[in-house]
Design a protein around this ligand. Structure first.
Ligand SMILES: [Zn+2]
Length: 522
C-alpha cells in the first residue's frame, strides 16, 4: 500500500468534498480521509509520501485528440509562430539540408495565414521557390488543408492536375500513401515517444483518433496492433480509448469482421467509438453551414459524406452495438449527424448509447433540443476560443453566434459534455483549456468573449475528469477520488479549486499517477 498525505484531495464527487490523504493498493484507491486516518492504515513496510500541501485531483481526460498525429508532428517543422509567408519560407529553408540528408520529404505544420498581415494562402509556386527537387508539404493549423510543392505532387501523381498544390480533407493523405508504410514497431516507437508529454500535463486518459494515419490499410490494423501489443506488454503508461476513424463501409466492415467493438479492453488500451469526420473547420470556411458564410457569401462549406452514406455508416455501427462520435462543426453538418442518429435510434432504440458530436460548435436552439431528446453528447474544446473568438461573428453573424459554443445552455439542458484539445490543433494542456471553459476569455484580455456561455469551476473540472470518463463508459471507476476507483490522479502545486481562474494558467503538474503507477514527476 502507498499513502499520499498532507495534501488537499479534491474528490470531485459532486458534493464539493475534500480530504487530506489517500491510500492506494493494487492500482486502486483503497481509502480517502484525514492524514492521520490514512497513516494509521499503513503497515511499517508501506510507503508514506508527504505531499507538502499540494492538491490531489482526479487524472485529466482529454476526450478528443489525434495522439499519433501529435507524435508525428513532433518530427515536423513547426510553423505555428510564422509571422508572414516569407518568415514561414525561411523557417522551412533552414530545415532543407536535414531533409536532403535523410532523403525524406520536408514537412511542416501549424501555419495560419489569417494571423499574417497579408492573409493570402501560400501555394505550390511559393514552395517551389524553396526547392524543385525535395518534396515539401505544409499543413495549415486546422489540419484540413495541406499545400504541396511540385516534387511532392509528383510523388502523389498530381503534378498535372493540381496547379495550386492545395490538398483538402482526405486528399491530404495522398502524400502519406505515396511513402513507405510504417510497421507495428515503427508505430510502437511513435506511441512511446509521446506518452510522457501527455502524462506531464496530468492526463491519465486520452480518447484519440488515429486509425487513418495509415489510410492505405483496410482499417488501421497496424495501429491497433501497436497499441494492443504495448498494452499487453505492460508498456503503455497512459489509458488510451481509441476513437476508431473508419470513414467507409468497407473499412467499418473490415474492422467489425476482425471482431473489434466499442468497450473491448486490452489493459490500458480500449476500443472506443466509431469516429467520423462530418465537415471541415470554421477557420478554413469548410465547416458546413445552413446559410452561406457571412464573410464569403458564395460558400456554405463542405460535407464529407452524403446523407445516405453517413446514415448507413451510423446505422451499421449502431446496430453492431458501437458507440459513435462524429466531428460536426457547422449547423448543416450537425443537422446531418442528428438526422442519422435519429434514424438509427428509431430503427434500433438503445438507452445508453453515448453517441456524440465532436466539436459541436455552430448550433441552433432546436438542434440542442434534439441532442437533449436523443441524449447526444458534445465533445467540446473550450481552448478553440483562443482563435475562434475573432472569427465566429464574421463567419456566421451575431444571431447564430448567440446559440453557438453554448456550453452553459448545454450543461443546463443536461446535455453531457466532455472536454478535449483536438491536439495537434491545440496543445493538450488541460489547465489552460479549463481556463477558457471557466472564463470564455483570453488570458490577459480585458473582456471575455461571451461570458454567459462559460461553465462554473466545478463543471469545468468535471468536463476534463469524470465527464471525460463518462465518454469512455468508465465513470463508475474513474474521474473521482473515491474508494474502489482506479488510482488515476494528478498532483498540482496549488489549489485551483479555491484560487481565482488565473491559477489555472500558473499551476504546475507535480506528478501524475495511472492505476497507482507514477508515470510523471516534475
Ligand atoms: Zn479532431
Amino acid at each position: 500500500m502507498e499513502i499520499y498525505y498532507n495534501a488537499k484531495v479534491y474528490m470531485n464527487d459532486g458534493s464539493g468534498s475534500s480530504a487530506e490523504a489517500l491510500a492506494v493498493e493494487d492500482g486502486v484507491i483503497k481509502a480517502v480521509g484525514s492524514s492521520e486516518e490514512m497513516l494509521a492504515l499503513a503497515s511499517p513496510t508501506d510507503k508514506a509520501n508527504d505531499l507538502e500541501g499540494a492538491l490531489i485531483m482526479p487524472g485529466f481526460v482529454d476526450s478528443h485528440l489525434h495522439f499519433l498525429e501529435y507524435a508525428g508532428e513532433k518530427r515536423l517543422v513547426d510553423l505555428t509562430g510564422s509571422k508572414d509567408k516569407e518568415d514561414m519560407l525561411s523557417i522551412l529553408r533552414e530545415r532543407l539540408p536535414e531533409a536532403l540528408d535523410k532523403g525524406v520529404p520536408l514537412k511542416g505544420s501549424g501555419f495560419n495565414q489569417n494571423f499574417w498581415e497579408d492573409p493570402t494562402m501560400p501555394l505550390r509556386h511559393d514552395l517551389d521557390r524553396l526547392s524543385t527537387d525535395i518534396p515539401i508539404a505544409i499543413t495549415r493549423t486546422c489540419h484540413h488543408v495541406t499545400v504541396c510543392n511540385t516534387p511532392a505532387l509528383r510523388l502523389c501523381g498530381l503534378e498535372q492536375s493540381n496547379p495550386d498544390g492545395i490538398l483538402q480533407e482526405d486528399d491530404q493523405y495522398a502524400l502519406l500513401n505515396a511513402l513507405p508504410r510504417p510497421t507495428v514497431d515503427d508505430i510502437k516507437e511513435l506511441i512511446l515517444s509521446a506518452c510522457y508529454d501527455v502524462a506531464s500535463k496530468g492526463i491519465t486518459e486520452i480518447q484519440t483518433d488515429d486509425l487513418t494515419l495509415i489510410p492505405i490499410e483496410p482499417y488501421g490494423k497496424t495501429i491497433i496492433d501497436a497499441f494492443r501489443q504495448l498494452s499487453e506488454e505492460g508498456k503503455l503508461p497512459i489509458r488510451v480509448y481509441e476513437q476508431c476513424n473508419l470513414p467507409s463501409m468497407e473499412r467499418l466492415k473490415a474492422f467489425l469482421n476482425d471482431g473489434y467493438m466499442t468497450g473491448q479492453s486490452f489493459g490500458n488500451f480500449t476500443i472506443g467509438p466509431l469516429k467520423l469526420l462530418g465537415d471541415g473547420a470554421l477557420g478554413a470556411r469548410s465547416a458546413a453551414l445552413m446559410e452561406p458564410y457571412q464573410d464569403d457569401p458564395e460558400n456554405t462549406g463542405i460535407l464529407n459524406f452524403r446523407d445516405k452514406e453517413l446514415s448507413d455508416l451510423v446505422l451499421k455501427a449502431h446496430k453492431a452495438g458501437m458507440q459513435i462520435a462524429i466531428h460536426g462543426i457547422g449547423d448543416r453538418c450537425i443537422q446531418q449527424i442528428l438526422d442519422s442518429f435519429a434514424k438509427a435510434l428509431e430503427e434500433d432504440p438503445r438507452e445508453d448509447h453515448r453517441h456524440g458530436i465532436v466539436h459541436c460548435q455552430i448550433t441552433r436552439p432546436e438542434q440542442l433540443r434534439a441532442m437533449q431528446d436523443m441524449n447526444i453528447m458534445a465533445y467540446i474544446q473550450p481552448v478553440f476560443l483562443k482563435a475562434d473568438q475573432y472569427i465566429v461573428e464574421d463567419r456566421i453573424g451575431p444571431e447564430l453566434t448567440s446559440s453557438s459554443y453554448d456550453w452553459r445552455t448545454m450543461e443546463d439542458m443536461g446535455i453531457r459534455l466532455a472536454g478535449g484539445s483536438d491536439c495537434p490543433v491545440e496543445p493538450f494542456d488541460i489547465l489552460p483549456n479549463m481556463y477558457y471553459a471557466l472564463t470564455c476569455r483570453e488570458p490577459g484580455a480585458e473582456h471575455a468573449w461571451h461570458p454567459e456561455k462559460s461553465l462554473t469551476l466545478e463543471e469545468t473540472i468535471r468536463l476534463f475528469t469524470s465527464d471525460g470518463a463518462y465518454a469512455s463508459f468508465s465513470e463508475d471507476r474513474r474521474g473521482k477520488i473515491l474508494p474502489g476507483f482506479d488510482a488515476d490522479f494528478v498532483v498540482l502545486d496549488r489549489d485551483i479549486t479555491t484560487l481565482p481562474a488565473e491559477a489555472l494558467l500558473e499551476a504546475q503538474v507535480l506528478m501524475t499517477f495511472v492505476g497507482g503507477k507514477n508515470v510523471y514527476s516534475i
